[in-house]
Design a protein around this ligand. Structure first.
Ligand SMILES: Nc1ncnc2c1ncn2[C@@H]1O[C@H](COP(=O)(O)OP(=O)(O)OP(=O)(O)O)[C@@H](O)[C@H]1O
Ligand SMILES: O=C(O)C1=C[C@@H](O)[C@@H](O)[C@H](O)C1
Ligand SMILES: [Mg+2]
Length: 212
């Protein structure tokens, strides 16, 4: 499947406009904003920024997993293998989701679990940060903390993962094109995208007074 990043642009709200974040918080209620997407898409950095803009708590499932297991993700993969990591990831996200409203950034493979997708649907609104292969490879080459990419040909692995995962990521409620423009701009586009997705509460009609 060709990877198309031609997501329709979302009109960005300005960061200075407090009413946009206030409206979003009202529409969100107790739900969480949940970032999904492949490694390097920007889930952690953009998630943290959106949380700061909305004055919401921020959690990253990878960091949470490292905290509860007292191991790094590469250590977890090496010691227990990927299936154990995935089971832990499901449990951690399920627990995090109970405490909305907040922003949660998930690990790159988390949304592939049907259980996790259902949990997110029930208690959150999902945002796919969608990026092209060049941008992603540029970003992930800076750090060696992603066990799935510790191979001879990380680009080939990334292409394979994208082909398998993009159709699933596309099930997210909101899609934002992640690219190398300022992080504030992407965060503002996320807020605009969420406002477009979440319907404004309908005004109640006033009952007409019966004539006396
Ligand atoms: N809009 C952007 N402009 C420039 N750099 C960016 C942008 N968004 C993210 N980055 C950079 O890309 C790298 C990867 O971002 P980040 O760690 O947030 O990705 P991730 O989606 O959380 O990945 P993973 O699934 O591996 O946790 C970081 O170095 C981050 O600073
Ligand atoms: O894409 C993936 O499967 C992963 C992404 C990272 O966020 C970590 O959750 C882990 O390295 C696995
Ligand atoms: Mg991350």
């Amino acid at each position: 499947m060709p990877f198309d990043t031609a997501t329709p642009p979302v009109t960005a709200v300005t960061e200075k406009d407090p009413s946009d974040t206030a409206r979003l918080l009202k529409r969100l209620g107790r739900r969480s904003i949940v970032f999904v997407g492949i490694m390097g898409a920007g889930k952690t950095v953009i998630g943290r920024r959106v949380a700061a803009m909305c004055n919401l708590p921020f959690h990253d499932s990878d960091h949470e997993i490292e905290k509860v297991s007292r191991m790094t993700i590469p250590e977890l993969f090496a010691t227990y293998g990927e299936p154990e990591f995935r089971a832990l990831e499901e449990r951690v996200i399920e627990r995090l989701l109970r405490n909305g409203p907040q922003v949660i950034s998930t690990g790159g493979g988390a949304f592939m679990s049907e259980t996790t997708r259902n949990n997110i649907k029930r208690r959150g609104v999902s945002v796919w940060l969608k990026a092209d292969i060049e941008t992603l490879m540029n970003r992930v080459s800076r750090r060696q903390n992603r066990p799935l990419l510790n191979t001879e040909n990380p680009r080939e692995v990334m292409e394979r993962l994208m082909a398998a995962r993009c159709p699933v990521y596309s099930l997210a409620d909101v899609t934002i094109h992640s690219r190398d423009v300022s992080k504030d701009q992407i965060a503002a586009e996320v807020i605009a995208g969420l406002l477009q997705h979440l319907p404004a509460p309908r005004k109640r009609k006033r009952k007409k007074k019966k004539p006396q």
